[in-house]
Structure formats: C-alpha cells, structure tokens
Design a protein around this ligand. Sequence first.
Ligand SMILES: [Ca+2]
Ligand SMILES: [Ca+2]
Length: 281
Amino acid sequence: MTPNMKPTLLTALIAATATLTGLCSKVETASAADFNWNNSWTQTTVYSKSQTGFNDTPFQQFVQAESVVLPNSGQLKLDASKLNLKYDHDVSVYFINEGAGYRNQLAFDATGTTNKSGLLFNDISCEGSGCILGGGGDALKLGDGVKVGNITAGTQLDFWLRADGFNRGNSANIFGTKTASNADGLQHAVAYAYNNYILLAFEDLYGGLHASGVDSATGKWNEGSDRDFNDVVVVLDIGEANVKALIGASVPEPSVTLSMFAVGAVSIFGLRRRRQTRNFN
Ligand SMILES: [Ca+2]
Ligand SMILES: [Ca+2]
C-alpha cells in the first residue's frame, strides 16, 4: 500500500462508521458499573471446530501482537456498542485467541424484542497450537464456539468482559463496549466487520497506556496496561444480512469491508515488524 492510499481508506471507514451510527437509533442505558454479572451462571456447552465447522484461521491475522499497543483504536472499528439486529438470527460466538495472563470471562446481554443475558465463556484461557499466550486454565481451543440462540429482529446485543473474573469474581473489573461507562473512562473494545462476521477484541487491563498506581478518580488500581486489545478476541455470527445492514446498505459493501480489512491488516502487519519483546498481558 502506498502512503497516499491510507487517507482514502480511512475516509471510507469513517463514512461507514457514520452510516452505522445513523442506522442505530436505540439508546443503550446499561453501564459497566450497573451490569449485573450473575455468579450463578454456568458454562454452556462449548463446541469444537469439528462440531460447528467454523474456521477461525482467516480471523487470526487480525489478532494484535502481544503487548503491542493498538493504534487508533477509536478510529478503526465499527461501534461495538450499537450491534442492533435487523433480522432474526441464531447467534453464535467463537473464540479466536487470547493474549492475557488473566483468566477472563465474557457475557452477553440482549435487549429489545429478545431480552436475555448469559455467560459465554467462563474461563478464557487458550490451549493448544496458535495461542498467543500459553498457561492458565487451558479451557479453550482456537475456534471453539458457544450458542447464544435465536435473537429476533429489533434486538441490541452487547458484550461484557469480566477481567480475571475466573479468579477475582465480584472484585474484578467489568469492561463494556461503551467507553464512557468504563470505570477508567477508556475504550476497552474494538469491532471489525469481516467475511460477514463481526470480530470483537478487548483490552483487559485498567487504565491508560503503562499507567501505574492508584487512579485518584476512582480509587482503582492502574494495571500498567499495554492497550493491545488482544486479551479476548471473539467472532460473532449475527448473520450476513445483519452485518451488511450494520455496514450500511447505501455504501458498496465489498469496498467497505475490504477497506476495513486493509486498514486493520496494515496496522497489524506494520506493528508486527517492530514487535516488542515484553511479555505480559
Ligand atoms: Ca492488554
Ligand atoms: Ca495482551
């Protein structure tokens, strides 16, 4: 890619994001602080790739290198807080990868014509080949999936990360897709559209890049965050029609999708060339 192509791609991406925002009128009022994590939730059946037929490989290229800050995280994304479904779909969520020492947990909630919430993954610790980081509970292999079930048109989906929730329980930080609702006031999720799926990636550490000590505004501890947004990476199957509706029917879909792909891929591959060697989450 030549340098003068980048503004064009960014412009296309920003236009797509604006279209997405315009399409989504529902106002979501839940916040990370008031999201009720139900400790009686248990892990539902985790299906292997051989059972679901899902192929995680095309998505691995979007997983940020470990401990490398994801630049422009607020810019290169769909708005993950506005995942409104326009069509019914039998929704699934697939584990792509994780680069975290924490044993994170992920939950969803659905509000609208379908109202329900639940645990997706109780222990997001990667096992087997392809994991960014090893160790932990060895609970998930790349491409493992869980079923959310049928979500009807007119429902907003949202997702919540409980950081190291497997170990910390109620004392863990919960981060959502809405930046203003997170205790540290920072973005903790990015989303991309690719191949008619949504890739959703989280940062699990509290506070700004490399911030340490107590956050005087909240009394919570800054955790020396690397802002790499690879601590939980999942793919959402909300259906091709819904993904296209989110991208925006007025924008030529292939070019927009390719633009997102191109920008994301350039950022990631560019960074991998100057990958750092620090090795923590
Ligand atoms: Ca991180
Ligand atoms: Ca990480």
